[in-house]
Design a protein around this ligand. Structure first.
Ligand code: NAD
Length: 510
């Protein structure tokens, strides 16, 4: 069986979405260019020129000029642009979703789901454009008024990872636009085509919106780490939202801190679930399978550690091993496929290495290894690894479908194991015991930014703020009050009286 090539469909979609041919050249990469490939077949789809340092500076300059105009457009009117973007995304959903599948290797429903997430955050941001609420604060001085107001911040840099090639942009851009900030986007070097497609879709919304949208409101920088660094170091960019590995965050965070720029860091996860004695095991099995194997284990929220009470271990783990052995791996475009390709051969090498380390730490490995497929795509069999204790590679994120399982005796021990890793993104407990559930969600429970009960750690909705603690970076995006990161806060005190009382009763009579 041969795999259908990805390139013709990808090029046809780019054409339909109106991506200018000049943005990418046909054929293989030459020189300093960047090649966009499909992990499904391993073929090169297109070659793109990298954005040069001079071009990057120019683009940021234009974005800053755009900021000076965009900040004066009333917020509800800015929201109208995001409303139009949502409309354009609805119209382009099938095409963009399939392009995500072709370029990032996600199964079709996940590619479409990612675009739906973009539409959802647009809806959220449109409402938000009329709700950028400040506060009125009680003042200690007579005939004074004190208030807190929110103002646009400036150019927002967005750096994104390959595994959510379009949704992460939208969590940031939809909010940044309504908050009055232009966006300069450096997508992953592994997924430049979906970024160009999103830019073309946005340009359509901008054309319908009219002249209130300044030139330079949105730009895409094509390239890898060096281009990202240029964005991070530019003093005209007061906020950078960077999504990717903890390694990347360790480099980007201090660079931003050095120039006092704001950082939203959305970094790696090493997410765990506790399975308690009272858990509904059928529901748990399904939740674990999706969270651990979905997106071929390449989600920041992928379930990587399962901490199972010893009383239910034997009822759950053999069943889970069976599911692992029978899961449908293959072409993500095909109905019924649940696990698509890894992004590239490096990902499989990291997975193989982690499994070797797990064996050395006493683990028993079920599955793993390369799944045979035609073409140059790299497919892995998901691995379930029974560990005698939480040690070795279980302590770190390996961005591949590996689930480590270990036993626990009492909930305090389970929570300690749960929190005993560097990352702090997402977490779950499976239990029907209200006391256990509430303890897990309490101050003394999960230390993650996301904590769930009877739901796996992956698959968040946009309404809640998304992000995590510790080595996950501390940033929050999307819902709740995440918008505040994209604005500057001012405290205003107004004296409408005729005297000048000083705060704290200070006297200064001249
Ligand atoms: P990566 O760190 O290799 O790259 C992410 C992005 O950062 C890319 O655009 C890359 O070009 C850029 N980059 C890398 N080094 C940089 C530097 N020094 N300066 C500026 N930019 C730099 O990550 P990846 O392999 O694309 O994605 C997988 C990782 O991302 C995993 O660790 C995953 O957990 C994480 N992730 C986190 C979230 C989240 O919201 N917390 C979401 C998706 C992915």
């Amino acid at each position: 069986m041969d795999l259908a090539p990805a390139r013709p469909d990808a090029l046809a979609i780019l054409e339909r979405l109106g991506v200018a041919h000049s943005a990418f050249a046909d054929g293989a990469t030459t020189g300093a260019g960047l090649s966009a490939r499909s992990p499904i077949t391993g073929e090169t789809i297109a070659a793109l020129a990298e954005t040069t340092p001079d071009e990057t500076r120019e683009i940021i300059g234009r974005a800053h000029e755009a900021f000076l105009r965009w900040r004066e457009v009333p917020a509800p009117r800015r929201g109208e642009l995001v409303r139009l973007l949502g409309e354009e995304l609805r119209a382009a959903k099938e095409d963009l979703g399939l392009l995500v599948t072709l370029e990032a290797g996600k199964i079709v429903s996940e590619g479409l789901g990612e675009v739906q997430e973009m539409i959802d955050i647009c809806d959220f941001a449109v409402g938000l454009s009329r709700q950028l609420y400040g506060l009125t604060i009680a003042t200690e001085r007579r005939h004074h008024r004190m208030a807190e107001t929110w103002h646009p911040l400036g150019v927002c840099g967005v750096i994104s990872a390959f595994n959510f090639p379009v949704a992460v942009w939208s969590w940031n851009a939809a909010l940044a636009f309504v908050c009055g900030d232009p966006v300069v986007w450096k997508p992953s070097e592994k997924t430049p085509l979906t970024a160009l497609a999103v830019d073309a879709i946005l340009k359509r919304a901008i054309a319908r919106f009219g002249e209130d949208a300044p030139e330079g409101l949105h730009s895409v920088l094509i390239g890898g780490r060096a281009v990202g660094e240029a964005l991070v170091d530019d003093p005209r960019v007061p906020i950078v939202s960077a999504t990717g590995s903890t390694r990347m965050g360790r480099e980007v965070g201090p660079r931003l801190a050095k120039r006092f720029a704001r950082a939203i860091l959305e970094l790696g996860g090493n997410n765990a679930a506790i399975v308690a004695p009272s858990a509904d095991l059928d529901l748990t099995l399904r939740a674990v399978a999706f969270s651990a194997m979905g997106t071929a284990g390449q989600r920041c929220t992928t379930l990587r550690r399962l901490i199972v009470h010893e009383s239910v271990y034997d009822a759950l783990v053999p069943k889970l091993a069976k599911v692992y052995a029978s899961v449908a791996i293959g072409d993500p475009r095909k109905d019924g496929t649940l696990v698509g390709p890894l992004v590239d051969a490096d990902a499989l090498a990291m997975m193989d290495r982690a499994l070797e380390e797990a064996k050395a730490a006493g683990g028993t490995v079920h599955g793993g290894g390369r799944a045979p497929m035609p073409g140059e795509g790299v497919y892995a069999r998901p691995a379930l690894v029974e560990m005698p204790s939480q040690a070795g590679p279980m302590l770190h994120e390996t961005f591949a479908p590996i689930l480590y399982v270990t036993r626990y005796r009492d909930l305090d021990e389970a929570i300690a194991l749960h929190n005993g890793v560097g990352a702090g993104l997402s977490s779950s407990i499976f239990t029907l015991d209200m006391r256990e559930a509430e303890r897990f969600l309490s101050d003394a429970g999960s230390d993650c930014g996301i904590a769930n009960v009877n739901i796996g750690p992956s698959g968040a909705e946009i309404g809640g703020a998304f992000g995590g603690e510790k080595e996950t970076g501390g940033g929050r995006e999307a819902g709740s009050d995440a918008w505040k990161a994209y604005m500057r806060r001012a405290t205003n005190t107004v004296n409408f009286g005729t005297t000048l009382p000083l705060a704290q009763g200070v006297k200064f009579d001249i």
